[in-house]
Design a protein around this ligand. Structure first.
Ligand SMILES: Nc1nc2c(c(=O)[nH]1)N(C=O)[C@@H](CNc1ccc(C(=O)N[C@@H](CCC(=O)O)C(=O)O)cc1)CN2
Ligand SMILES: Nc1ncnc2c1ncn2[C@@H]1O[C@H](COP(=O)(O)OP(=O)(O)OP(=O)(O)O)[C@@H](O)[C@H]1O
Length: 231
């Protein structure tokens, strides 16, 4: 608004046409249920796709992603003294454990995500190749409760599916979205995915937070900055 009480540009009336337009909590609950059902089916399909690659196919993909990851991190100045969170692979997720060990030896502090409270943000705890992991929620190996709690500046997020706007489909707990919503400042988030797991859209819901970039065996497949200029 200008000093004389007029608007510098005409007011936008979109909220009067569709009251939910500016209200992130105004999403249609029925549509939300349809999306949740569709996501469950897609998770099963995408997990099957990964399964179908076999051990050797998945290992090849992991090695290629690890190669690209090294470059992406050094391009963005992630190195000695930085805190990076990885993940311990489950259910055919790309296995970046050798890359995490190499980063540790290069002086990067590595953390792993831990579900300490259900339906709450993840906690990140320090990992080194010597850390004895314990079985956490969903049987995911995680550092023990006495490992140092860290705040990652860069976070790797394994994706079952992804879209060009950098939205991620995970295992359905909503953990990464809750975590990114709570972390200030938000870490640089790198989705780790197979190129074939690309979806035209994940039908983003109000709680979904886009990642900064998606890294696949073919290299950087999407970036948030690119998604913004696409609009
Ligand atoms: N390797 C790895 N570690 C990770 C993640 C990951 O995606 N991969 N996570 C990334 O976030 C967190 C764990 N994510 C989880 C996601 C879902 C459920 C779970 O209980 N899923 C239910 C379905 C939930 C629902 O549909 O509401 C289930 O399958 O029974 C548990 C943990 C932290 N660690
Ligand atoms: N910030 C949030 N606050 C409260 N609930 C949330 C939040 N983010 C996600 N959720 C809940 O989590 C549920 C699952 O979310 P979604 O389908 O996006 O999971 P996902 O990203 O695939 O899972 P994950 O991150 O665990 O791998 C949603 O239905 C939503 O109710």
């Amino acid at each position: 608004m200008t000093k004389d009480g007029t608007y510098a540009s005409p007011p936008c009336m979109a909220a009067e046409v569709c009251p939910s337009y500016f209200d992130p909590l105004g999403a249609d609950p029925e549509q939300g249920r349809d999306v949740a059902r569709w996501r469950r089916a897609e998770r099963a399909r995408l997990a099957g796709l990964r399964e179908g690659l076999g051990q050797a196919g998945r290992a090849q993909g992991s090695d290629r992603i690890a190669g690209h990851l090294g470059r992406v991190l050094s391009d963005r100045g992630v190195g000695r003294g930085c805190v990076l969170s990885g993940y311990w692979p489950i259910k055919g997720e790309p296995d970046l454990r050798p890359a995490l060990a190499n980063l540790h030896h290069a002086g990067v502090t590595i953390a792993l995500p831990v579900v300490e409270t259900r339906a709450a943000p993840l906690v990140f705890r320090r990992w080194t190749p010597e850390t004895k992991l314990v079985r956490g929620d969903w049987n995911i190996p995680a550092p023990p409760p006495e490992a140092d709690e860290l705040t990652p500046e860069t976070a790797l997020a394994p994706c079952l599916g992804w879209d060009k706007a950098c939205f991620r489909l995970g295992w359905g707990g909503g953990y990464f979205d809750r975590t990114l919503a709570a972390l200030v400042p938000r870490p640089l988030t790198i989705g780790i995915a197979l190129f074939a797991a690309r979806l035209p859209t994940i039908f983003p819901q109000p709680h979904d937070i886009p990642l900064d970039l998606i890294l696949t065996e073919d290299g950087v497949a999407a970036t948030s900055a690119e998604a913004r200029t696409d609009r």
